[in-house]
Design a protein around this ligand. Structure first.
Ligand code: BES
Ligand code: ZN
Length: 640
């Protein structure tokens, strides 16, 4: 029976990373689109930390293992010595649905077959293992799309999503963010397709013998497994600046280059705030087909984004600012387990808003904080005030860390940091951030890393008594472990909010000005429109049929707007039982896969007409990513 040590640094992984550590991964992969399989061979270099030679315990959830060998290579990287290893997969264990099954590799065969090799291992305290694997339909971290599910509808597509613990569904790995390793990746694929990895592309060529497009990538900065990313499809590339660019399906590149033109500026502002260069050299984005279940994912050198960001007006570029910020908070300084997820996301939201503040002004930063707080309150209501997942640092035991995904770690984390920033002042806080990144880059941390740097600076910059008082005012335990809406209220005020609420009130009182209202609304920044819609949703009991029709007609709400605005409008339309909006909603749901939108829209539709929503979902569920499909299916299964 597989057990998880409750005192482990990361209870979401079976790996014995305190005994043996994965350091370098060299991997060759290819795809079979007909069979929907990724096949690979990986040479993994481990460093032994324990005094004896341990077994190697890896995480695994889905792939089939075809062979495992001990290998030695000569200086030219040629194989010298291969010894097959025995291994065991503990399929019967109580956490298999959430955490998968441990793969236990024994090195006994090395001792039996070559004492010399065994001696080499114990002297060098390191060894290399070769694992061959094939993914199966159980691998939920990889999605194969048919032609029909792509933009051009010409070629199939494949992408992976490893965060939080899906890397183990691609290949066996120490699947914990507390472990970081470097990668060398070789991909092969049939032209005209391109097969990318989230690293720096070293070469790309057509191999006349195998008739394949070959690409070689390196990730020299050690990364946690959740940042491993692959994508394959018919892709084109556009350049944004010397170090920024974007990959898209054919036909979307020009639009994407325009939409993401601020990428370079965002990087420069973050470099300045953190006084730390962008270390990853290249920043590329990749626009995925719509089934990608998130807004963005900070895969190194290759941020993945939803095509819904291509709104034409850069109105959702905060997502780019967010993913760029992860280059420091998350990808350099990494949460060491998923209980500390807020250490990735709370800090990244903080940075995202600092960047937007520099680009759009402080009033917009405050409005974003207000919109974020609205989302936090909505999520806490949805989870239930007493849910463990409303804690900034929840204890979810051996459940899948993705199960409780919400804006809580993002927005509560952000509010905690803003509270501290107000307490010690902007300049001091900036200095703490800079020291924190410098001290903990390339490492994995929990909240105590930041706490230590923060308290150090407070002690330096304030007199003893005052420092003690400041430190005592930061009630860490309360922030980390209190459920529900934060008891400390940050008051964010923004002139934009006043405009939004005034117009919403005018509509509610049927006093909106017919002639200028549409122009005024259209000119607003997306965040102002969102604050407007949020106000309406909060006061929905005051909205009757006439008001709902006025909103729709006078603001063209059913058309023209980006996906953030649309999904909020659909929530209102469903609540007001506007049947004529159902075709638009259906269209939206079959062209969007981002959970942030489709989850609340399905939930609202379930409230309005459960069986109609269910019938529709069943018809199109195959279009969604396995994760999105599961989350929505679970809600339908729970019933009305
Ligand atoms: N790292 C997250 C996405 C993620 C989190 C994937 C947990 C899987 C598990 C990414 O950086 C993110 O936060 N995306 C947000 C962007 C938003 C906050 C601007 C999203 O997709 O909504
Ligand atoms: Zn994030």
């Amino acid at each position: 029976m597989a057990e998880i040590n409750p005192n482990s640094d990361d209870i979401s992984s079976y790996a014995n990373f305190n005994d043996i550590l994965q350091k370098e991964v060299d991997i060759d992969v290819s795809l079979d689109f007909d069979k929907k399989q990724m096949t690979g061979k990986m040479d993994v270099k481990y460093e032994i930390l324990s005094s004896d030679i341990p077994k190697i315990i890896l995480d695994l959830k889905g792939p089939e293992i075809t062979s495992i060998e001990y290998i030695e290579k000569d200086e030219d990287e040629e194989d010298l010595n291969n010894i097959p290893l025995t291994y065991e997969i503990l399929t019967e264990n109580k956490y298999k649905d959430s955490l998968g099954t441990p793969l236990i590799i024994s090195l006994d065969n090395v001792e039996k077959n070559s004492l010399e090799a065994y001696k080499k291992i114990s002297e060098s305290k390191s060894l290399m293992v070769r694992i061959k694997f094939i993914t199966t339909e159980k691998c939920t971290g990889i999605q194969f799309l048919t032609k029909d599910q792509t933009y051009t509808k010409k070629y199939p597509f494949m992408f992976t999503q490893c965060e939080a613990i899906q890397c183990r569904s691609l290949f066996p790995v120490q699947d914990s963010p507390s472990v970081k390793s470097t990668y060398i990746v070789k991909t092969s694929i049939q032209p005209p397709l391109t097969f990318l990895f989230g690293g720096i592309m070293k070469t790309k060529y057509y191999d006349c013998n195998s008739k394949q497009n070959i690409s070689l990538f390196e990730q020299n900065i050690p990364i946690p497994s959740y940042l491993v990313a692959f994508v394959a499809g018919e892709l084109e590339y556009g350049r944004i600046s010397d170090r920024c660019g974007v990959w898209t399906e054919i036909g979307l590149c020009k639009k994407a280059c325009h939409e993401f033109k601020d990428a370079e500026r965002y990087i420069e502002i973050a470099e300045e705030y953190l006084n730390h260069p962008y270390e990853w050299k290249i920043y590329n984005l990749l626009v995925l087909p719509f089934s990608f279940p998130y807004g963005g994912m900070e895969n190194p050198n290759l941020t993945f984004v939803t095509p819904a960001l291509l709104a034409g007006d850069c109105s959702m570029s905060n997502v780019i600012g967010h993913e760029i910020s992860h280059s420091w908070t998350g990808n350099l300084v990494t949460n060491k387990n998923w209980k500390n997820f807020w250490v990735n996301e709370g800090f990244t939201i903080f940075m995202e808003r600092k960047l937007d503040s520099a680009l759009l002004g402080e009033d917009m930063e405050n409005l974003e904080a207000i919109v974020g707080n609205n989302e936090l309150i909505a999520d806490i209501k949805l989870l239930g005030e007493d849910s463990e997942y409303t804690k900034l640092s929840p204890d979810f035991g051996t459940n899948d860390p993705d199960d409780g995904f919400s804006t809580v770690p993002y927005e509560k984390g952000y509010q905690f940091l803003i509270f501290i920033e107000k307490l010690i002042g902007n300049d001091n806080f900036k200095e703490v951030m800079q020291r924190y990144i410098k001290k903990y880059q390339y490492k994995s941390v929990d909240h105590t890393a930041f706490k230590e740097v923060l308290e150090g600076l407070i002690k330096e910059n304030y007199k003893k008594k005052q420092a003690k008082k400041k430190i005592a005012e930061i009630k860490w335990d309360k922030w980390l472990y209190e459920k529900g809406i934060p008891t400390y209220k940050n008051y964010f005020s923004s002139e934009y909010l006043k405009d939004a609420e005034k117009l919403a009130e005018d509509f509610i009182n049927e006093k909106e000005d017919d002639s200028s209202v549409l122009k005024k609304f259209k000119d607003w920044h997306t965040n102002v429109k969102l604050a407007f819609l949020n106000y309406l949703l909060e006061n929905k009991e005051k909205i009757n049929e006439t008001i709902a029709q006025n909103l729709k007609k006078k603001l063209n709400l059913a058309e023209d707007y980006n996906s953030e605005i649309k999904y909020m409008w659909y929530l209102l339309a469903l609540d007001k039982k506007m049947d004529e909006e159902i075709p638009n909603i259906e269209n939206f749901l079959q062209t969007h896969g981002r959970l942030k939108y489709i989850r609340p829209v399905y939930f609202a539709w379930m409230e309005k007409d459960f069986s109609q929503a269910k019938e529709f979902f069943e018809k199109i569920r195959h279009l969604y990513h396995p994760f999105a499909r599961r989350i929505i299916q679970e809600k339908f299964d729970k019933g009305q």
